[in-house]
Ligand binder design. Structure first.
Ligand SMILES: Cc1cc2nc3c(=O)[nH]c(=O)nc-3n(C[C@H](O)[C@H](O)[C@H](O)COP(=O)(O)O)c2cc1C
Length: 241
């Protein structure tokens, strides 16, 4: 970082806030391509994210064109296989517990509210398994985004590196917003690591952290009007004077 960068004044804090606050998980994208140079820029900016002792534990795979399409085909086939025969799910295991083993309040309440609000918007009612399944499958076509990202980490790294990873992922999503793009981070892919890792050429020493869809959001699709609430600052903060 140059001395002039150290003293950079953000003249327009509203733009930074707008990039953060206009980020949401987009679940419908236009077929419009994203220039490779733009993706590279986003990744370069995001790589400024901090990490413990500057370990930078992120490894990114960018899938477009044939590599994206053939992964979509393989994972959709696996997803359909599970739908037809749920016993097949046993062969797809997540490498790390993204969610808790035992759900407790208030997290389970938020999770339920989130799920039912999205389903409600899409007209999916309780028990309509076919529609739920179809919505879940949308993950595996990257919600039609032309860019799919896969993120891995060396298995030897500790839990702290996943904290670092989260910063990197958020920086990607915010930097994408600054360029008119939207994203959807996706843990849905995690169970399919045994298909994804060989497909992207990741070594056995790598663990899949998550996937991400990236592209230009289709603002006319109802699903993209789904914007989630947050608890108030006063609710999650204790001020200790
Ligand atoms: C690491 C991570 C994984 C996620 N995985 C999925 C996913 O697989 N599919 C999906 O539709 N949304 C996924 N989401 C999106 C969350 O549901 C979303 O962030 C949350 O509901 C808050 O909404 P917002 O992102 O629109 O602000 C994921 C989010 C994160 C941060």
């Amino acid at each position: 970082m140059t001395p002039s960068q150290v003293s950079t004044v953000i003249n327009d804090p509203a733009s930074v806030d707008a990039a953060i606050e206009s980020r949401f998980s987009a679940r419908a994208f236009l077929p419009r391509e994203v220039p490779k140079a733009t993706i590279a820029d986003i990744l370069r900016v995001a790589s400024r994210a901090g990490s413990g002792t500057n370990t930078q534990p992120w490894k990114t795979y960018v899938l477009t064109g044939e590599s994206r399409n053939s992964l979509v085909e393989k994972v959709c086939a696996a997803h359909d296989g599970i739908s037809a025969d749920p016993a097949q799910a046993a062969q797809y295991v997540e490498a790390y517990d993204y969610y808790p083993e035992k759900w407790v309040s208030p997290y389970i309440d938020r999770r339920r509210e989130n799920g039912w609000s999205l389903y409600g918007l899409l007209g999916i009612t309780k028990g309509d398994k076919a529609k739920m399944n179809a919505q879940r499958k949308r993950n595996f076509v990257f919600f039609d985004a032309p860019v799919g990202l896969m993120f891995t980490i060396d298995r030897v790294m500790g839990r702290g590196s996943l904290v670092d990873y989260g910063m990197f992922l958020e920086a990607i999503m915010v930097s994408a917003r600054a360029r008119g793009l939207h994203t959807c981070p996706q843990a849905a892919w995690n169970g399919f690591a045994k298909i994804i890792l060989p497909h992207i050429g990741a070594g056995d020493d790598e663990m899949l952290v998550c996937g991400m869809s990236m592209g230009y959001a289709d603002v006319n699709e109802k699903v993209n009007s789904f914007h989630t609430p947050r608890v108030a600052v006063e609710e999650f903060t204790r001020w200790l004077d």
